[in-house]
Design a protein around this ligand. Structure first.
Ligand SMILES: C[S@@+](CC[C@H](N)C(=O)[O-])C[C@H]1O[C@@H](n2cnc3c(N)ncnc32)[C@H](O)[C@@H]1O
Length: 257
């Protein structure tokens, strides 16, 4: 995920991604289902980060939100009917026309966007062929058994919001984690003066990251008037689950914008 100050997860459902990623300064969960929002209103009391909730149609929310470019939008809509066996999984399903409207909305957003689902001619045509989004395929185990899921992203991140997930495959992520632990141990074994020398050297190598966009236009904010913010403590989210960790990403097109 690219760095972001505001995380917007539409089609929140069980919020699997929201719960695992490192929280942003501002976190917004959107779902049209009253029962999903009621569950999260209760659940967010136990979260270590603030979560705003909006019970509204995802497209309506995205069209009304005042973006400044520093957000990350993640959409996980109900799967296209043509890509699945059971058609009655959710209280609120999505018609093909709703998928088209969602895709046409997200391609206009001025910030990084990720959308997940099963591969389909519609998603390929709109996202990959027309707008050059990158598609990443990854195996997952669901009630259907072993399936290949896809995620589409509109821009290639050069730095990551959450460095715990650096690496394209499970093996690579584990190698990077071991390296991090090794380097941390060595660093902590140094004297204070040595540490200062190493830090200075690293800062000389890498220019400081560009400042994060700080402006947040709240005036036209569609969450205004919905449930408020529960607490403001910050804490990193839990580490990757087995399911996430087994994910082996692979790029299925090389196109990027
Ligand atoms: C695939 S599930 C999301 C799964 C979720 N990412 C998770 O980790 O459990 C789809 C969700 O989309 C919601 N939904 C359906 N139609 C919607 C709409 N028009 N706007 C917003 N959310 C909608 C459903 O209520 C459901 O919670």
């Amino acid at each position: 995920m690219p760095p972001h100050h505001t995380y917007i997860e539409t089609h929140l459902g069980g919020g699997n991604v929201l719960e695992r990623k490192r929280p942003a300064d501002r976190n917004i969960g959107v779902d049209i289902s009253g029962s999903v929002i009621a569950t999260w209103s209760e659940r967010r009391r136990r979260l270590a980060f603030p979560l705003e909730l909006a019970r509204v149609d995802a497209v309506e929310f995205l069209k009304a939100f005042a973006f400044d470019g520093g957000e990350l939008v993640y959409c996980d809509p109900p799967y296209l009917h043509s890509t699945r066996r059971r058609l009655d999984l959710y209280e609120h399903e999505y018609t093909e026309a709703q998928h088209v409207e969602l895709l046409e909305t997200i391609v206009t957003l001025p910030c990084p966007v990720i959308i997940s689902g099963y591969a389909s001619p519609l998603y390929r045509m709109v996202l990959q062929d027309r707008h050059g989004w990158r598609c990443i395929e990854f195996p997952n185990t669901t009630r259907r058994g072993r399936v290949i899921e896809s995620a589409w992203i509109n821009r290639e991140p050069t730095t990551l919001h959450d460095s715990r997930y650096a690496g394209a495959t499970y093996r690579e992520r584990e190698r990077i984690k071991r390296k991090r632990a090794r380097w941390s141990r060595r660093f902590m074994a140094m004297s204070a003066a040595e540490r200062q020398v190493v830090l200075d050297a690293l800062l000389d190598l890498a220019p400081p990251p560009a400042p994060v966009l700080a402006t947040c236009h709240r005036s036209a904010d569609p969450t205004a008037g919905s449930d408020g913010i529960a607490g403001d403590a910050r804490a990193p989210g839990p580490t990757a689950t087995g399911a996430e960790a087994q994910t082996a990403s692979q790029v299925c097109t090389g196109k990027s914008t």
